[in-house]
Structures are given as structure tokens and as C-alpha cells.
Design a protein around this ligand. Structure first.
Ligand code: NAD
Length: 356
């Protein structure tokens, strides 16, 4: 395969590219604008591969997209570029509308222009894989219901509404123009190279600094947690073997409320880097937990029925929440250079000290 990955400098996109370069023969073009969430240092282990190249492109820039398609000649597109942080979407929805909706429209059109010109066998084998979230389904009421691929959309935040819009556009481009698309909707990811504004890394790094560990409301909101490398493997299965026009839900069978997640991190840190018995800030990390005002419109529960991808493509997660969280905490303990450069802003400078 020759795959364009949009948003490849982000958390999940970089895991997908590392997986493609390290475990397959795929040629990869990473198309990324490098917003605050894009970090080329997450790709350091594969950047020198002759099968990897990078284009700094905004998916809203149609001309730049046409040039990249024409130069790289992809056989597939994996579309991950997005504004992804719910709190930011509440503070300022504009970038979410622009990138997630207008950007996806632009990418679909650039793909269609390119795809229309392909010879018939290449046209037949081409795939556009749109990567989306379980948040498009909204809130689950009870404790046992699960999101299936046919659950109606009911997004709650500007982020999830913009992702729902992009999902609809992708399906419309297949129905109307015949573009060969695949969609996946995944639950909350966690793992290495996660930007520190998100819950898991935020809690790890605050705890290491002896700062308060903020939890929205009473911490009872339930999410289904998936280790990012399991997600990356699932995405590569779908783009290479999935049935055109189908949607696959991806989840980790790991329903945890936010309080359990934070407490789990605290227990691992107590084991791996215990606080000194004379530390004035706290004796155990759990003492740093602080409950803060809840996020507006906060969904209570998400949970994925991932039986379709398991039955059709044979994908199952390799990590349980316990093994994945342990790997994640250890990764942050061993990779302080990566996150220190994110916290101090240096990850946005190239080697000459110029802003990228
Ligand atoms: P992220 O915020 O870590 O990365 C997004 C990447 O997209 C960044 O590298 C950024 O520079 C790039 N980008 C943003 N705007 C762009 C634009 N206009 N043009 C080109 N590049 C642009 O996000 P993530 O957590 O890696 O999520 C990737 C995708 O997976 C998103 O579409 C998200 O909705 C979806 N998703 C995420 C999760 C999760 O838990 N993180 C779960 C399910 C689905």
C-alpha cells in the first residue's frame, strides 16, 4: 500500500505511522498542519525510513492537497487530522468546524479528483478510511447498553457534532459519487506520546510534579478505554481488509469511570515512584485528587460493542486496561525528554530554533 495519513503527527496518527513503518511494507506520506497537537518528535523512530515522507499541509488547502496526491500517488487515505480536544471545542468551536467539517470536505474532494483519474483497477482497489469517535453517538442512559454501528447519532459537544458532520459527509461521498470509503468509530485512547492536556497524561505529569489532580464533577463519567497501539492495529486491519462502505466500532471492553482511571494511575505511581515519607505535599498520590466543576454537557457513559470488527476482521485488543495503563505510566517515567519539550514548548521548534 501507499498510504496518505492525515494528522500523522498527532497521538493516534503517529502510532499508526510507527506501526505501518515498523511492521508492514507500506509507503507512508504524513500530511499534517502541525497545530499545537502535532509533534514530529513522536515520529523520531521512523522519520529516517525511506518509506516515510512528511508534507506540512492544512487539509483546508485544496491546492496543496492536489499537489501531494499527484506527487505521492496513494492507494489509500487514512484520515485522522482533526481538532480533538472537547474542552477546547467548548471554549472555541471555530477551528473544529473548519478542520473537522470543512477540512474533511476538502480532503474528500481532493481524493475524488485524484480517484476519478485513476486507471480502473487502481480505482477499484482504492480506499478512503475516515477515523472517527464513539462520541458521535452521545450519551448511554443505563449501565448495560452498548454503541453498535447502527446506534443513531446524538452528539453533545461542538467536537462530537463536528466529527458527526464529517462522518455524514464521508458516507454521502460514497452514496453520491461512489467514493470507496470505510469508517471507524473508536472509544477513548490512551498510551505513549499523548498530549498532556488529555486526562491520562495530565494526571501522570501533575502527580509527578506534586500538583493537584483535577477530576470533573464527581468523576463518575464512564469511558471505554483502548490502548493506542491496539487502535493503530485495528485501523490497519480495516484499511487493508475492511469491506467498502462499512463502519466498524472499535473499543477496548474496558469501561472505567474517570475516578477509577485517576486512582489506577495513583496506585501505579505509588508503586513505581513512591513519595518520600517526609514529602509535605502528600503521602500517597491519591491525596492530590481534587474535584472541580463539571464540564458543560458532559456525557455520562460511552461503551462500545466491538463484536463486528472482532467477528469480521478477527481484531481483538492485546492490552487490558491494567497492562496498558502500566505500560503508559512507565513510558512517561522513561521519556521525560519528550514531555518536557511539550510542556516548555520546544517541540514546536526545528533544529535551528525556528517555529514550525
Ligand atoms: P490529536 O489532536 O493528537 O492529533 C491531531 C493531528 O491533526 C495533529 O497532528 C494536528 O497537527 C493535525 N491537524 C489538526 N488540524 C489539521 C489541519 N487542518 N490540517 C492538517 N492537519 C491537522 O488527535 P488524536 O487523538 O490523534 O485523534 C486522531 C483522530 O482520531 C481524530 O480524528 C479524532 O477525532 C479520532 N479519535 C480520537 C480518539 C482519542 O481518544 N484520542 C478516540 C476516537 C477517535
Amino acid at each position: 500500500m501507499r498510504v496518505i495519513v492525515t494528522g500523522g503527527a498527532g497521538f493516534i496518527g503517529s502510532a499508526v505511522i510507527r506501526h505501518l513503518i515498523e511492521n508492514t511494507d507500506t509507503e507512508v506520506a504524513n500530511l499534517d498542519k502541525l497545530t499545537y497537537a502535532g509533534n514530529l518528535e513522536s515520529l523520531a523512530s521512523v522519520a529516517a525510513s525511506p518509506r516515510y515522507r512528511f508534507y506540512q499541509i492544512d487539509i483546508c488547502d485544496a491546492q496543496a492537497l492536489d499537489a501531494a496526491f499527484s506527487e505521492f500517488q496513494p492507494t489509500a487515505v487514512m484520515h485522522l487530522a482533526a481538532e480533538s480536544h472537547v474542552d477546547r471545542s467548548i471554549d472555541g468551536p471555530s477551528d473544529f468546524i473548519q478542520t473537522n467539517i470543512v477540512g474533511t470536505y476538502n480532503l474528500l474532494e481532493a481524493t475524488r479528483r485524484y480517484w476519478n483519474e485513476l486507471p480502473s483497477d487502481a480505482k477499484l482497489n482504492f480506499r478512503f478510511h475516515h477515523i472517527s469517535t464513539d462520541e458521535v453517538y452521545g450519551d448511554l442512559e443505563g449501565t448495560t447498553d452498548l454503541f453498535t454501528e447502527s446506534t443513531p447519532y446524538s452528539p453533545s459537544s461542538p467536537y462530537s457534532a463536528s466529527k458527526a458532520s464529517s462522518d455524514h459527509l464521508v458516507r454521502a461521498w460514497q452514496r453520491t459519487y461512489g467514493l470507496p470509503v470505510l469508517l471507524t468509530n473508536c472509544s477513548n485512547n490512551y498510551g505513549p506520546f499523548h498530549f498532556p492536556e488529555k486526562l491520562v497524561p495530565h494526571v501522570i505529569l501533575n502527580a509527578l510534579a506534586g500538583k493537584p489532580l483535577p477530576i470533573y464533577g464527581d468523576g463518575s463519567q464512564i469511558r471505554d478505554w483502548l490502548y493506542v497501539e491496539d487502535h493503530a492495529r485495528a485501523l490497519v486491519e480495516v484499511v487493508s481488509k475492511g469491506i467498502i462502505g462499512e463502519t466498524y466500532n472499535i473499543g477496548g471492553h474496558n469501561e472505567k469511570c474517570n475516578l477509577e482511571v485517576v486512582e489506577g494511575i495513583c496506585e501505579l505511581l505509588d508503586e513505581l515512584v513512591p513519595l518520600a515519607s517526609n514529602d509535605e505535599r502528600a503521602r500517597t498520590y491519591k491525596e492530590l485528587i481534587t474535584f472541580v466543576k463539571d464540564r458543560p454537557g458532559h456525557d455520562r457513559r460511552y461503551a462500545i460493542d466491538a463484536s463486528k470488527i472482532q467477528e469480521v476482521l478477527g481484531w481483538v485488543p492485546q492490552e487490558t486496561f491494567e497492562t496498558g495503563l502500566r505500560k503508559t505510566v512507565k513510558w512517561y517515567l522513561q521519556n521525560d525528554q519528550w514531555w518536557q519539550r511539550v510542556l516548555n514548548g520546544d517541540y514546536r521548534l526545528d533544529r535551528l530554533g525556528t517555529d514550525i
